[in-house]
Design a protein around this ligand. Structure first.
Ligand code: NAG
Length: 261
């Protein structure tokens, strides 16, 4: 019996230490979200002052090829009122965390996050400006299933009290509770001309985001590359990660679970 008790206490301590690491994350290099993704370009005028002008944090003590200029951990959106049940889903009304100045002009202050179980096998989420109509690609979707009896995917959301209650959400596969999409790193940015959402990957085995040149179909996530998602009528440039003729803005992840689907 004593042996079993020790084991349980050990796990609790282990959990606690993970929690503490997460709280300390703003200074952790691997958890930083780049505030100056275009810094490599000679036209970006990247400097410490330009970084601070974006209301971001600057680290003087790391080499310039790592992320020096990064978003504050409380950058994001906060739940404005109680979630509302909708047909086969949930609606969250959010507002931008005013405690942090916007990185770029024209932030969208009020947004709606609509989550819908489209069919048993498809969960769809959509973020949009609550106050102003924006352009949307005029391709009608087939209508959602009226009967979603056993949705395969679960939507979870929570507010982080250590980061001004900014909202994070995740999507899990119901059957094995694997997390497929997880925005807990924060840094949701919705501005008129800059949109960003960040997710942790379930595994490093990621494919997609065409069309661009890369040596292997599988991306090398350690390279920390930027890929353009808009098409551009230009030829293949090996050695550059220029965007090309077509746009395939989706990705596939090979999960490290035996029953993924
Ligand atoms: C960089 O600085 C030059 C010279 O001041 C200016 O013309 C240009 O607009 C700046 N570029 C950006 C992206 O701010």
């Amino acid at each position: 019996m004593a042996g079993i008790r020790h084991l349980i206490i050990f796990f609790l301590l282990f959990d606690l230490s993970i929690g503490i690491n997460i709280r300390d994350q703003s200074s952790q290099l691997s958890e930083r979200i780049d505030c100056f993704p275009e810094s490599e370009s000679i036209f970006s005028n990247y400097s410490k002052d330009k970084c601070l002008e974006r209301n971001c944090l600057f680290d003087d003590w790391v080499p310039s090829d790592t992320i020096q200029c990064y978003l504050r951990p409380n950058y994001g959106y906060i739940l404005r009122e109680n979630p509302q049940q909708t047909e086969n889903g949930i609606r969250l009304r959010l507002q931008r965390n005013q405690a942090v100045g916007s990185m770029f002009p024209a932030p969208i202050e009020n947004i709606v996050l609509d989550v819908q179980h489209y069919t048993n096998d498809i969960i769809r989420f959509r973020l949009y400006d609550e106050d102003n109509q924006r352009y949307e690609v005029p391709i009608p979707l087939s209508s959602a299933s009226s009967q979603v009896s056993s949705a395969q995917y679960e939507f979870h959301h929570w507010s982080d009290p250590l980061r001004d209650n900014i909202l994070s959400f995740s999507i899990k596969r119901q059957s094995n509770q694997a997390t497929l999409f997880d925005t807990s790193l924060g840094s949701l940015i919705l501005n008129d001309q800059f949109l960003q959402i960040v997710t942790r990957l379930q595994s490093p085995h990621i494919y997609g985001f065409g069309e661009n040149s890369h040596d292997t179909l599988k991306h090398n996530v350690n390279e920390r590359k930027t890929w353009g998602i808009f098409a551009r009528d230009q030829g293949t440039h090996w050695g550059s990660n220029a965007n090309q003729y077509r746009s395939h803005p989706f990705y596939l992840v090979m999960e490290q679970t035996i029953d993924s689907n």
